[in-house]
Each structure stands twice: as structure tokens, then as C-alpha cells.
Design a protein around this ligand. Structure first.
Ligand code: PMP
Length: 463
């Protein structure tokens, strides 16, 4: 079959996630056929540097035979068994042990799921159950942040703060509130504040919301250490310490969504370690198996786990694929390889700082208002060189830049006019250089297209 044959079948039968079905049908999707290292290959023979590690998940890179072998072996041994009804199997038990060894010391239990969204559904049920068991059944509100992403199930969407998602398929889960996100470039900068004052202001917005709802009614605060899908938003240094203080003051559980930041993305095993947080619950997924098979879970701190165990009786919650043996075996091998190859420390000590210096240099480009990164996650804020402010959204600058990146052999994602990267953690310095060169070329091409008077005239006459 040729590319066109796949595209015809694709548009006839496949409803893609997060896609305008009609326009994709007209355009035709790009068919990815194989991958190795940090590169994907499409059906037209193009080799493309995957600056997004799939969807922030292929931490060990593509084509790792050890992971394939772990899956094959486990498939032969025990392809499926559940862990409902007083059963377990070796891979799930060993994976739980290994995760707990890597997690902060006060975390000693894991609940497994099939994805990050299911992990956050589990979080919602767990935190409300915890407070009910503590004799505080009114503590039901969960506070999240605007523009947060916590998944696409009903609970995931409700916990997330994405306005376009909230607008579809409601009503949402009740008793979830959203507060200001610590996005300095978008929300703080125009006021001319310093970033740390802005970070404290965002923490104060959390406190104000707690007081508005009544602290006796608030169960938990949920947040990503660095907001990923929202735009690789790295909070000001003042933000997390101030948030920690607020939560301690009012006895509110902290849920740190590690689905993107976990397993080395920020140069530590968990984003919580980087920011010195002590979460009560940590939802995980993605990098847990480097995306080779679907698996997620919730790392549960002692405070919540002991209450659920000692006082809770049966918790009526779980999934057919909770702790699936083949997914668990692959995750276990993935953790073993990350450790054996020193991947996480290399991100912290070498690749993260190297990317930071190269990435920051893109800030001199006329189209870039800010370049930021931490570990191996980064963002570029696109601005109109004439004003230093955002382009008119109708110009679609980010989407244009993303398409030009793809055409130039690099996957970089756009969130509005924020360009983001999150490459595999096994990327080399040379490959980082290649990523930067391709990003710069795409910025040049985008600038040329956005400022070409003939093209602009055509766009205006169309709109
Ligand atoms: N939480 C965060 C922070 C995420 O980035 C994502 C996925 N992008 C999820 C949860 C949901 O995970 P999944 O797509 O595996 O359900």
C-alpha cells in the first residue's frame, strides 16, 4: 500500500484523537511506519527528528530490543492475568517495589491503571474516599489550574483546565475549581512584575479560592510540576514553595501529576524531586514504559495509603488492565535500562544544561519572545517582531511553524503560538544541535511567510 491508500482508508474509518475529522480527511494524515533512536520515518521515506518523544513518552527512544524481548518473554509466560480478587503476578509486584524505591521516601504503595487519564480518575475517587474515611465527608472540592491537562476521560477533563475541552460533552464532574496558572509570559509579564512576585500572586490565588470554598470543603490541589500540554509552562522559582505553604496551612492534599515530568524529563526521577515537593499522590504514565505499552498508575503516599488500608475495607475501583503483566514487565525493564544507562542523571548534569544554552540562543530570533527550558522540556513563545506581542490568532503562526518544522524534518508541537519540545531522553548533543538548526530554519521560514506582503494579502482576501 502507498501513502495515498492509507490516507483514504484512514479518513474513511478512523476517528483520530484531538482532531478536526473533516479537515484531516481533506488534508490526509502523515503515515508513520517505523522509528529508531530519536527518529521516526514516514511512508514517503522522510526521516524526522521526533522532538516530542511521541507524546512526551518515548523516554528511552525507539527500537529498544530489550523492551521488545521483555514483552515477548512475558507474553509467553503469562500474557494476561488480573490482580482483582486476591491474585497478583511477578511483574506487577516487582514493578510496584521498583517504583517505590525510586519515589520519595514517604511513598510506599502503587495503584496501577492503563493510562494517565485513568490515573487521575483514580486520584479523584481516592482523595474523596480518604476524607470520607477521616470523618470529613464535606472535603470534596478539588482545586486545579486553568489550562492544566489531566486527561481526557470525564474526570480527566474536569480536573484539567482546558476551556475548549470543557465546552464539549459536559456536564463535568461537580466540585472541581480552577485557579490562575503560573504562566509568566502570558499572564504576568504584561503587568511588568518580576516573575517571583507573580509566582507568589498565583499561590495567593490558590489561597483565596480555598477561603472562598471554605477550607473544610477542600480535599486536594492537583497540578503538574511543569505544565506540559498547556505550553511547557515552567513556574517561577517562588511558586511551588508558596503553594506548599498554603496547602500545609489548610490541611489539603497535594496531588502532583507526574505523567509528563516523571521518569527523568526534568533531570530527576520525578518533577516533585526537582521542586522538593512531598505529594500525597502522584499519577504516572507515559515514560513509565517509554510508551512501548500502555500503563499508568498512582503512587500513593503513606498518609492516604494507610487510611485506605486500615480503615477503608474494599475500595470498589480498578481496571481489567490494572497492572497488566506484559505492560508491567516492559515498564520494569524500562526502569532498569534508565538506571543502568544513567539516563536521568545525564539529563540533569549534561543534556538539560546543554539544551538550555542552545535553546536560549534562539531568543535572539525576531520571532521569539521567550525561550525557556528545564531538563528536556522547552518552549518558544512566538511574537510579532513589529510589536513584541502575540500575532493575531487568526494568522495561525504556531500551526504554520509546526507544519514548516515537520516539512523540515523535525516534530515540534504548537500550543497556540507556543512551540514546544520534549525529545527522547537518550538524545545526544549532536542530535540536539540538529534539533536547534531545524527549529531555527523553521522559524526563518515562518517569519518569511508571516511577513511576505503577497502571502499576507492573499490571507486577508480569504478571511
Ligand atoms: N496528565 C498529564 C500531565 C498529561 O500530560 C496527560 C497526557 N498528555 C495525561 C494526564 C493523560 O494521560 P493519558 O493520555 O495516558 O490518558
Amino acid at each position: 500500500m502507498q501513502t495515498h491508500d492509507y490516507q483514504v482508508l484512514d479518513s474513511a474509518h478512523y476517528l483520530h484523537p484531538f482532531t478536526d475529522f473533516k479537515s484531516l480527511g481533506e488534508e490526509g494524515s502523515r503515515i508513520i511506519e517505523r522509528a529508531e533512536g530519536v527518529y521516526i520515518h514516514d511512508s514517503d521515506g522522510n526521516r524526522i527528528l521526533d522532538g516530542m518523544a511521541g507524546l512526551w513518552c518515548v523516554n528511552l527512544g525507539y527500537g529498544r530490543d530489550e523492551l521488545v524481548a521483555a514483552a515477548t518473554e512475558q507474553m509467553h509466560q503469562l500474557p494476561y492475568y488480573n490482580s482483582f480478587f486476591k491474585t497478583a503476578h511477578p511483574p506487577v509486584v516487582r514493578l510496584a517495589e521498583q517504583l517505590v524505591k525510586l519515589a520519595p521516601a514517604h511513598i510506599n504503595r502503587v495503584f496501577f491503571t492503563g493510562s494517565g487519564s485513568e490515573a487521575n480518575d483514580t486520584v479523584l475517587r481516592m482523595v474523596r474516599r480518604y476524607w470520607a474515611l477521616k470523618g470529613r465527608p464535606d472535603k470534596q472540592w478539588v482545586i486545579s489550574r486553568e489550562n492544566a491537562y489531566h486527561g481526557s476521560t470525564v474526570a480527566g477533563v474536569s480536573l484539567g483546565g482546558m476551556a475548549p475541552m470543557h465546552a464539549q460533552g459536559g456536564p463535568l464532574v461537580p466540585k472541581i475549581a480552577h485557579v490562575r496558572q503560573p504562566w509568566w509570559f502570558m499572564e504576568g509579564r504584561p503587568e511588568g512584575q518580576d516573575p517571583d512576585a507573580f509566582g507568589r500572586e498565583c499561590a495567593a490565588a490558590l489561597e483565596a479560592k480555598i477561603l472562598e470554598l471554605g477550607e473544610e470543603n477542600v480535599a486536594a490541589f492537583i497540578a503538574e510540576p511543569v505544565q506540559g500540554a498547556g505550553g511547557a509552562i515552567i513556574p517561577p522559582e517562588s511558586y511551588w514553595p508558596a503553594v506548599k505553604d498554603v496547602l500545609e496551612k489548610y490541611d489539603i492534599l497535594l496531588v502532583v501529576d507526574e505523567v509528563i515530568c516523571g521518569f527523568g524529563r526534568l533531570g530527576e526521577w520525578f518533577g516533585s524531586v526537582h521542586y522538593d515537593l512531598e505529594p500525597d499522590l502522584m499519577p504516572i504514565a507515559k515514560g513509565l514504559s517509554s510508551g512501548y505499552l500502555p500503563i499508568g498508575g498512582v503512587l500513593v503516599g503513606d498518609r492516604v495509603a494507610e487510611t485506605l488500608i486500615e480503615e477503608g475495607g474494599e475500595f470498589f475501583h480498578g481496571f481489567t488492565y490494572s497492572g497488566h503483566p506484559v505492560c508491567a514487565a516492559v515498564a520494569l525493564k524500562n526502569l532498569e535500562l534508565l538506571q543502568a544507562e544513567g539516563v536521568v542523571a545525564r539529563v540533569r548534569d549534561d543534556l538539560g544544561p546543554y539544551l538550555a544554552s542552545r535553546w536560549k540562543a534562539l531568543e535572539v530570533h525576531p520571532l521569539v519572545g521567550e525561550a525557556r527550558s528545564l531538563g528536556l522540556i522547552g518552549a518558544l513563545e512566538l511574537v510579532d517582531p513589529a510589536s513584541g506581542e502575540r500575532f493575531d490568532a487568526s494568522l495561525g503562526a504556531g500551526a504554520l511553524c509546526r507544519d514548516l518544522c515537520f516539512a523540515g524534518g523535525l516534530v515540534m508541537r504548537s500550543v497556540g503560538d507556543t512551540m514546544i519540545i520534549s525529545p527522547p531522553l537518550v538524545i545526544t548533543r549532536d542530535e540536539i544541535d540538529e534539533l536547534i538548526a531545524k527549529a531555527r530554519r523553521a522559524l526563518d521560514d515562518t517569519l518569511a511567510r508571516l511577513t511576505d506582503p503577497i502571502i499576507l494579502q492573499q490571507q486577508e482576501s480569504l478571511s
